[in-house]
Design a protein around this ligand. Structure first.
Ligand code: XXG
Ligand code: FE2
Length: 483
């Protein structure tokens, strides 16, 4: 879907307000979201639960609806005035998107709404009027679990992050942080409310919902839900963290609900409301970008996400990633245990090595041994990503894009900037690994070692990108998300 040359005025979006998830067992979902996580029930029917956080003043932040297949049915934004509904309808009509007007009350607690299938393939909703609920901010006596306060953000998996960024910029969103290198935008965080984000993009097969981020006020609430899950032997629901994000500086944990929907409990990011708020740009090679303490990101966090549904409730078809994958270019999943010489010879250490070596074909070659990865990794630090014009966004969103042209691992970048593929076979990895006596590596770290050896061979590669870098928004772009 191309962005039109002359764009309609976007609606004035206040914030990400709620999402609807389809779950296959409402009773199980209720146990997870209400009994364990601590969401408050605003209303319920035999087929649906309407939940909110303790700070929330509107009716709900989350609808859980019983269905046959798990999915993300819609992402809803609150707009500033009733007139913004007309703007939303005209905006999406100008994009050629399918839209629907939904009368007040069809969704309990929500006034009239406009829904649209957006150019990225997500079903989005805009509403102004809502029933107000009792704000339970100081009802400490009622709080449970992670004590979720409100919905903070939607994280979306999209095949082309730059196209998603351009589209949300056209909706008036400001950019707070990125993960990038000189060719590729791997991830972006964008906001309307004055925090790090209302929406973020992760590169991958999409459209899919990566996660819903819910705000908690204090880091001990993140820790407490982990302790509760551990006590109940539900530790497998904890997917990633707890930890401190590099991007956003938030303290976090990611959990998976009984249907696999991912939820993040997220606390203590920062204010972005000043005019000219600088964009924080992280190098894709900075180990701290996704976890400030350098902890590896588990592979499922990159691969798994929820299907999204169209206006009729049918799953949207998926497009393959249309850019190099961050996980193959960056250092995620790379971990290293520095051991003493005697520890490295211990039976446990040797077991780790031999288990890893027996898994090599899938653990390393299948995922990472591509030209794209090595060329990206071995390159010298270059100036961070230049901005692209809106017309490039239009082409990036054009319907001509298909799964056949989408090769997430291709070394060819759409920017046309030539890159030098380092000639390096997977055999390098094995040699480098087996010669090491003092370090035991997890599979991805093998690649880190490989990179280091390549850097030594190629002195041009030795400079490390500075990251993160703060940059002021350009004249025609307001990082503060205002129009
Ligand atoms: O909310 C977020 C996230 O999008 O979930 C992920 C903030 C930061 C990160 S990251 O993993 O990039 O640190
Ligand atoms: Fe998040």
């Amino acid at each position: 879907m191309a962005l039109p040359q002359k764009r309609a005025r976007p609606p004035d979006i206040v914030r990400a307000a709620y999402a609807e998830l389809v779950v296959t067992d409402l009773a199980e979902a209720r146990r997870f979201w209400v009994d364990l996580l601590g969401f408050v029930i605003s209303s319920e029917s035999p087929k649906a639960l309407y939940l909110r956080g303790y700070d929330e003043l509107i009716h709900h932040n989350l609808i859980l609806r019983q269905g046959d297949q798990p999915g993300a049915a819609r992402l809803a934004f609150r707009v500033r005035t009733a007139a913004d509904l007309d703007l939303a309808e005209a905006f999406f009509a100008a994009l050629g998107s399918r839209t629907a007007r939904v009368p007040a009350g069809v969704t309990p607690g929500v006034g009239e709404a406009v829904r649209a299938e957006d150019p990225l393939g997500f079903t989005v909703e805009f509403f102004f009027a809502a029933d107000y609920a009792e704000r339970l901010q100081q009802r400490y006596d009622l709080r449970r679990g992670a004590e979720p306060a409100r919905l903070d953000h939607f994280n979306l998996v999209v095949p082309d992050v730059r196209a998603a960024y351009e589209y949300y910029a056209s909706l008036g969103f400001g950019l707070s942080e990125t993960i990038e290198d000189e060719q590729t935008l791997y991830a972006a965080w964008m906001f309307r409310k004055q925090t790090v984000h209302d929406v973020a993009f992760t590169g991958g097969e999409g459209p899919r919902l990566h996660h819903l981020g819910f705000f908690a006020h204090e880091s001990h609430q993140v820790l407490r839900i982990c302790d509760i899950l551990g006590s109940l032997h539900m530790e497998s629901r904890i997917e990633r963290g707890p930890g401190r994000h590099g991007v956003s500086n938030a303290f976090y944990v990611y959990l998976r609900d009984p249907d696999g929907h991912r939820v993040e409990i997220y606390t203590s990011d920062y204010f972005t409301g000043d005019p000219g708020h600088p964009v924080l740009r992280w190098s894709v090679r900075d180990q701290r970008r996704r976890d400030f303490w350098g902890h590896p990101v588990v592979p499922s966090w990159y691969t798994d996400a929820s299907a999204v549904l169209d206006l009729d409730g049918r799953p949207r078809p998926l497009l393959k990633e249309n850019q190099p994958a961050e996980v193959t270019v960056g250092a995620d999943g790379f971990t290293r245990y520095l051991l003493t010489r005697s520890m490295a010879r211990s039976p446990a250490a040797l077991r780790v090595r031999s288990t890893f070596l027996s898994n090599l074909p899938t653990a390393v070659f299948g995922i990472s041994a591509t030209n794209a990865q090595f060329s990206g990794t071995c390159q010298r630090a270059a100036p961070l990503l230049p901005r692209k014009s809106a017309s490039s966004a239009a082409s990036a969103l054009a319907p001509g894009r298909s799964t056949t042209q989408a090769s997430g691992r291709s070394p060819q970048r759409s920017s046309g900037i030539p890159i030098t593929a380092a000639s390096c076979t997977a055999g390098c990895a094995i040699n480098r690994f087996s010669s090491s006596t003092e370090e035991i590596h997890s599979p991805p770290d093998l690649i880190t070692s490989l990179i280091r050896s390549l850097i030594r061979k190629n002195p041009r590669s030795s400079s490390v990108p500075t990251s993160p870098v703060r940059s002021q928004p350009s004249r025609n772009f307001s990082g503060a998300g205002s129009r």
